[in-house]
Design a protein around this ligand. Structure first.
Ligand code: CA
Length: 331
C-alpha cells in the first residue's frame, strides 16, 4: 500500500513511471569497504570508505561456530586469512576451511590478507594492497556497526549500513538460522523500521520473501540477482524495495560512436517501483576500451540507476555527488 502510494506520487510529480526514484539522491555504496585500497571487510577498509564519503557501507555476513555474525564475503576463510597455516587439520573433506567450524575467538586470531586466488596463490587484483603486509583482522557485525555508529556520532554524519545475508539455505543445512541472528543484531542496534539508514540484501529469493512476508521485517530490502536468474520483476516488487543486478544486465555494449549502450532493465524496475543498485564498479577491472568515467556516466546518466556498489568509493562518490548536485539539487 505504502509503496503503491509512493509510486503514484512519483508518477504525478515527475510525469512518468520510468522515473520512480526521481528526486531521490543516487547513493554510493562501499562494496566490502574501500576494498580497492585495503583488504576487504576489515575495519580499516570500512573506516577509509567512511572517509571517502560512501553513503552506505556493505557487510557480508556468515555465522561462526558460536553463532557470531561475522563480516566476511565467503563461507570459507582460506581466500582472505592465514587459516590454512594456523589450523591445517581443521579443513573439511573438500580441502576448504569454513567459518562455521571456528569460534569467533579463533577467527579473531587469524591474520587477514588481500584476497588470494587459491589456484594460483596470487592476489586476485594484483595492483591492490600487497598480500601479507601489515596487520588486519576480521570483525563481527556488532563490531562493525559500533564503529560506523561511533563515527556517525563523532563526525555528526549519518552513514548507513548495507548488510547481506550470505547463503541462508547452506546455513540451514548446517542447522543454523542466519537470518534470525542478523535481524536480531540489526534490531539490537536500532535498525528496525523502513526509515532506518539500512538496506538488507540477499541473493536467495525465498529467504528475502520470507523476511518480508513471514518475519514481518520492515527494513528496506534489496533482492540481489545473479546473471543466470530468471524471475518475475513484479513478484520481486511485491516484497522488496529494490533489486541488485550485476552491471552486465544494465550496460550491454558499445554503439557506433563508441558510447556505452544500456538495457531497459532500470526502466522496467522503476516501472514496478523498484530501486536499482548494481554491482560492482571496479576502476581496475574495466571492460577493454572502457573508462571508469564512461561506465559511471552510462550507469548514472543513461540508465538511471539509484545507487552503485563500488570497490572505489572515492571515484564513484565524486561522480555521484556531482550528479546529485547538478540534477537533483542535493549532495
Ligand atoms: Ca555482498
Amino acid at each position: 500500500m505504502k509503496r503503491a502510494a509512493l509510486l503514484i506520487c512519483s508518477i504525478l510529480l515527475f510525469g512518468g513511471p520510468m522515473n520512480a526514484s526521481a528526486g531521490e539522491k543516487v547513493i554510493n555504496i562501499a562494496h566490502r569497504g574501500a576494498s580497492a585500497y585495503l583488504p576487504e571487510h576489515t575495519l580499516p577498509a570500512k573506516a577509509l570508505a567512511y572517509n571517502m564519503e560512501a553513503d552506505y557501507i556493505e557487510q557480508d555476513v556468515v555465522l561462526t561456530k558460536d553463532n557470531v555474525p561475522l563480516v566476511i564475503h565467503d563461507i570459507h576463510l582460506d581466500t582472505v586469512t592465514d587459516v590454512a597455516g594456523r589450523f591445517p587439520e581443521r579443513k573439511r573433506a573438500d580441502g576448504r576451511f569454513y567459518a562455521i567450524d571456528f569460534t569467533f575467538d579463533e577467527i579473531k586470531s587469524l591474520k587477514v590478507n588481500e584476497r588470494i586466488d587459491l589456484k594460483t596463490g596470487k592476489a586476485v587484483f594484483p595492483g591492490r594492497f600487497p598480500p601479507g603486509k601489515s596487520e588486519f583482522r576480521l570483525a563481527s557485525l556488532n563490531e562493525e556497526i559500533e564503529m560506523i555508529q561511533g563515527l556517525n556520532r563523532s563526525t555528526g554524519r549519518n552513514i548507513g549500513i548495507y548488510p547481506e545475508i550470505k547463503e541462508p539455505a547452506w546455513h540451514r543445512e548446517e542447522g543454523r538460522d542466519i537470518t534470525a541472528v542478523v535481524l536480531k543484531t540489526l534490531a539490537d542496534y536500532g535498525y528496525k523500521s523502513a526509515a532506518d539508514n539500512v538496506f538488507l540484501q540477499c541473493f536467495d529469493f525465498a529467504e528475502l520473501k520470507r523476511i518480508r512476508n513471514e518475519l514481518g521485517c520492515q527494513l528496506p530490502l534489496i533482492q540481489l540477482v545473479e546473471d543466470e536468474d530468471n524471475f518475475d520483476i513484479g513478484e520481486v516488487a511485491s516484497y522488496a524495495d529494490g533489486i541488485g543486478p550485476s552491471l552486465k544486465r544494465i550496460v550491454t555494449g558499445v554503439d557506433a560512436n563508441g558510447g556505452l549502450t544500456v538495457s531497459d532493465f532500470v526502466e522496467q524496475s522503476h516501472r514496478v517501483g523498484l530501486k536499482v543498485h548494481p554491482w560492482t564498479f571496479r576502476a581496475d577491472s574495466l571492460p577493454p576500451g572502457v573508462t571508469g568515467e564512461a561506465l559511471l556516466t552510462a550507469l548514472i546518466e543513461k540508465a538511471g540507476v539509484d545507487g552503485i556498489f563500488s570497490d572505489f568509493p572515492d571515484v564513484s562518490g565524486r561522480k555521484v555527488r556531482l550528479f546529485n548536485l547538478k540534477n537533483r539539487g542535493q549532495n
